[in-house]
Ligand binder design. Structure first.
Ligand code: SER
Length: 318
């Protein structure tokens, strides 16, 4: 990868992936785009305001910057998707289709994240295998499974170098996620630091896979740089780091921030989605095909999150 185009760069993943990639490949070689202006991303390298559904504009940018890799991070998340399923389909699939077409026309590699949301209630919940039943019952999940199939199709039919991981809920401290079922596991750290009561929207015992952002960023680069000859799978790899339920997370936070207060007020949409997703993925294919290994666990992540979110509070940013 020499020149990378990022779609949806202003979101939870993009706002950290762009600086991470610029650190590796050089500021000028990572072109960030988003539908909204973003002064932070613009200050450090190329940034363009672009609607990811505008295929013509994307094609022009790919030519201007001689793009050879496209990272598509555009998506309405699971709970938002249930509020407006047709919009979720249009945006999630529209951006992905444009990214794949860039891959075909400009001979660029394409990365797009899939999710634990690609699984559904009939998927085995524990040690969820790499290759298993995928019948999600959310529009977000329907888009993710469709995206996985399209990614493999573009690879076998057109030879596009498509690669993807099924991300767990991602926990981070730069940009808040929005409209996802796993967002609670980010928001609780902000409540803990601000000394506010946290209102948890899913029940205390519902397990889901989670991952700290530094591991997520590293997984993307490691997969994209992996030797293609070793990849038996492409779209998409299970990756795992930790699995917990709300009560386990709150227990871990209280070890370091004992005054955390929590109340449960179940959001029926999020609860149903959380119950339909796996408890814990088996990521052995990612480990054996490209050497995936997480570095952060619940306690180390909690220490770092409380410190980083605490710094934001000290600076008056939250
Ligand atoms: N974090 C996403 C969501 O909760 C899952 O990929 O929607």
């Amino acid at each position: 990868m020499k020149n990378i185009l990022i779609l949806g760069a202003g979101g939870q993943i993009g706002s950290e992936l762009v600086p991470y990639l610029r650190g590796i490949y050089g500021d000028a070689h990572v072109v960030a785009t988003d539908v909204k202006p973003n002064e932070v991303l613009k200050a450090a390298g190329p940034f363009e305001v672009v609607d990811a559904l505008d295929a013509k504009r994307l094609g022009e940018l790919a030519d201007t910057y001689r793009i050879d890799a496209v990272f598509n991070l555009v998506a309405l998340l699971s709970a938002t998707g249930e509020k407006n399923p047709t919009l979720a389909w249009r945006i999630n699939m529209g951006a992905l289709t444009n990214a794949l077409e860039l891959g075909r026309e400009k001979k660029a590699a394409v990365f797009t994240p899939s999710s634990i949301g690609a699984f559904g209630p009939s998927t085995p919940k524990d040690k969820t295998p790499q290759d298993t039943v995928m019948r999600p019952n959310t529009m977000y999940g329907v888009c993710k499974v469709s995206g996985e199939l399209l990614g493999d199709y573009y690879h076998t039919r057109f030879g596009v170098d498509t690669r993807s991981v099924r991300f767990p809920g991602i926990i981070s401290n730069v940009t808040l996620p929005g409209g996802g079922t796993t967002d609670y596991a980010v928001e609780v750290y902000y409540a803990a630091v601000k000394g506010e009561e946290f209102v948890c929207p899913v029940s205390e015992g519902v397990y889901m896979d989670m991952m700290y952002m530094p591991d997520a960023l590293r997984s993307i680069v490691e997969l994209m740089e992996a030797d293609p000859a070793k990849l038996k799978h492409r779209n998409s790899f299970n990756v795992a780091a930790m699995s917990f339920c709300p009560s386990k997370l709150f227990e871990a936070i209280r070890k370091q921030a004992p005054s955390l207060k929590v109340r449960y007020e179940i959001d029926p949409v999020k609860e149903q989605i959380a119950q339909s997703w796996p408890n814990m993925l088996d990521d052995s294919c990612a480990r054996s095909e490209w050497g995936w290994k997480p570095e952060w666990d619940l306690d180390s992540m909690t220490r770092d999150m409380l410190e980083k979110v605490g710094e934001k509070k000290t600076k008056g940013l939250i």
